[in-house]
Design a protein around this ligand. Structure first.
Ligand code: LER
Ligand code: MN
Length: 273
C-alpha cells in the first residue's frame, strides 16, 4: 500500500497551532521535498494575498503536488463563516470559498471547508444553521463544477464546532447538498474523539473521501500516540482512495523533527516489504 504523503504548510503566519510550517515558503518547500514528501497542502487565508502564478511555480519546481487548500484562517483570523447570523458575513464567506476556485482548478487541489462553516450561535437554531450551511455548499459546488473543482467538508470534533462532528453527520450533509463535487475530508485526530471505530467510518464514507488528514491521538505526528495507523491506512486504501495522506499535527518537539518522524513512520508502515 504505497501512499502519497503531503504536509500542511501555511503560506503566511497564522494562529492555528496544528500546522508544522508557517511562512518562509522557499525554505520550507526545500526541506519538505528533501524529506521525501510528495506534496504540500496549502493553508491560504485569502487568495488575493498570494501570487498564485508564483506559488504554483515554486511548489512545482520542488517536485511537489498540491492536494488541497485549507480555508480555515478566514474564520480564525477574520471571523468569516457560512452560518453567521449576519447575511453580509455569510456572503463574504461564500465569496472567499469561491475565490479559491481558480487556483484549485490550476493545481487539481480540493478546497477544504473546515471551520469556515462556523459554529451555531446562541441566537440561531441548529436547523437554521444547517440550512445556511447546505445552501452555502450548494452555491460553492455549483460555481466550482464547470472548472472540475471539488470541495471537501471536514467533520470536526465537538470541542471546535457544533456543526458536523462525525463521519455519519458528514454523509448526511452530503446527501442534502447533493453535488457530485462535494465530498469529505476525514481527520484521524477528530475521528479518534468522535468515531466508535475509525476503520468502520472510513469504510462507510468510501468513495466520498476526497482528502485525508493524519495526526496521532494527541495531535502529535503519527507514531507519537496510540492510533493504529497500519489498520487505519489499510481501511483507507481498501476504499480505493488514491489521494494524498496529509500530515496536520503540532510542530512538536519542533516542526522539522515532527515532519521527518511522521514521514519515516508512515513510509515504514505503508511500504510493502
Ligand atoms: C483543520 O483541518 C482541522 O482539523 C481543525 O481542527 C481546524 O480547527
Ligand atoms: Mn484537519
Amino acid at each position: 500500500m504505497a501512499m502519497r504523503l503531503s504536509i500542511v504548510l501555511s503560506t503566511q503566519a497564522a494562529q492555528f497551532q496544528a500546522v508544522a510550517f508557517k511562512g518562509d515558503l522557499p525554505g520550507n518547500l526545500t526541506k519538505i521535498a528533501s524529506w521525501g514528501y510528495d506534496g504540500v497542502e496549502l493553508a491560504i487565508r485569502d487568495p488575493k494575498l498570494v501570487d498564485s502564478h508564483e506559488l504554483v511555480r515554486i511548489v512545482s519546481a520542488h517536485g511537489l503536488g498540491i492536494p488541497a487548500i485549507g480555508t480555515g484562517q478566514a474564520w480564525g483570523e477574520e471571523g468569516l463563516s457560512f452560518t453567521d447570523p449576519d447575511p453580509a458575513i455569510r456572503a463574504a464567506a461564500i465569496e472567499r470559498a469561491q475565490a479559491h476556485i481558480p487556483f484549485a482548478a490550476k493545481t487539481g487541489a480540493a478546497i477544504i471547508i473546515g471551520l469556515l462553516r462556523g459554529i451555531t450561535r446562541k441566537e440561531t437554531s441548529q436547523e437554521q444553521a444547517m440550512e445556511w450551511l447546505v445552501s452555502a455548499l450548494q452555491e460553492c459546488c455549483a460555481a466550482a463544477r464547470p472548472f472540475g473543482v471539488r470541495f471537501a467538508l471536514e467533520p470536526i470534533n465537538r470541542y471546535e464546532t457544533t456543526l458536523v462532528n462525525n463521519a455519519a453527520q458528514g454523509m448526511e450533509l452530503l446527501e442534502r447538498v447533493a453535488a457530485a463535487n462535494m465530498g469529505l475530508l476525514l481527520d484521524t485526530f477528530h475521528m479518534n474523539i468522535e468515531e466508535a471505530v475509525i476503520e468502520d467510518s472510513i469504510r462507510m464514507c468510501g468513495d466520498r473521501i476526497f482528502h485525508f488528514h493524519v495526526a496521532d491521538s494527541n495531535r502529535w505526528h503519527p507514531g507519537a500516540g496510540h492510533l493504529d495507523f497500519r489498520s487505519i491506512l489499510d481501511a483507507l486504501s481498501a476504499t480505493g482512495y488514491d489521494g494524498y495522506v496529509s500530515g496536520e499535527f503540532m510542530p512538536l518537539p519542533d516542526a522539522d523533527t515532527s515532519a521527518q518522524r511522521s514521514i519515516t513512520y508512515l513510509r515504514q508502515i505503508t511500504t510493502p516489504s
